[in-house]
Design a protein around this ligand. Structure first.
Ligand SMILES: Nc1ncnc2c1ncn2[C@@H]1O[C@H](COP(=O)(O)OP(=O)(O)O)[C@@H](O)[C@H]1O
Ligand SMILES: [Mg+2]
Length: 161
């Protein structure tokens, strides 16, 4: 397993910048990618996902799927499966709902509150953990497992100004 040596930290000064980072990521994503998002309520996980959807050329409106666990967006160049595990209490729920098939499938999966199900993620994922610092500032910490995800992280770092 290839892991990035150190976490990459990006300082993000506005929601627009957060969408921008998401869009950059969305443009490079290949089918089968797993993007795991962590951070408190209101930290920007859904805002980042809106950018990812745009980068995938999706025309859908992206909002928090809190009441459904999963929203499928199929108007982009690759299907986007947007999960929100805020209400998941036990990892077994996710297994019994059959979501594992999505995680090993051909779409892009973005999972908010991915830390609720730590044992599910296998060895190819990009983990983005978001912290709120000042009023509109966020720090996104990137950690990758697997060569492809490590490349996503490096490219995001490289394109970051
Ligand atoms: N730098 C920033 N990045 C992302 N969101 C920000 C930022 N600054 C302020 N916000 C605001 O914080 C909120 C984030 O909400 P959301 O993306 O739904 O969070 P989450 O999905 O993590 O609960 C939005 O109202 C957004 O406008
Ligand atoms: Mg959300």
């Amino acid at each position: 397993m290839t892991e990035t040596e150190d976490d990459i930290c990006l300082r993000i000064s506005s929601p627009a910048r957060m969408r921008n980072i998401g869009e950059k990521l969305g443009k490079m994503l290949e089918g089968g990618s797993l993007i795991l998002l962590t951070g408190p309520l209101g930290s920007g996980k859904t805002t980042l996902t809106q950018g990812i959807a745009k980068g995938l050329q999706s025309r859908d409106v992206i909002n928090s799927p809190t009441f459904t666990l999963l929203k499928e967006h199929t108007t982009g160049r690759i299907p986007l499966f947007h999960f929100d595990f805020y209400r998941v209490d036990d990892q077994s729920e996710v297994w019994s709902l059959g979501f594992a098939d999505y995680f090993s499938g051909q779409g892009v999966c973005v999972i908010e509150w991915a830390e609720r199900t730590p044992d599910i993620w296998g060895d190819e994922w990009l983990w983005i953990s978001i912290e709120q610092t000042l009023h509109k500032e966020r720090i996104a910490r990137l950690r990758a497992s697997g060569a492809r995800s490590a490349m996503y992280a490096q490219k995001l770092k490289g394109g970051f100004r």
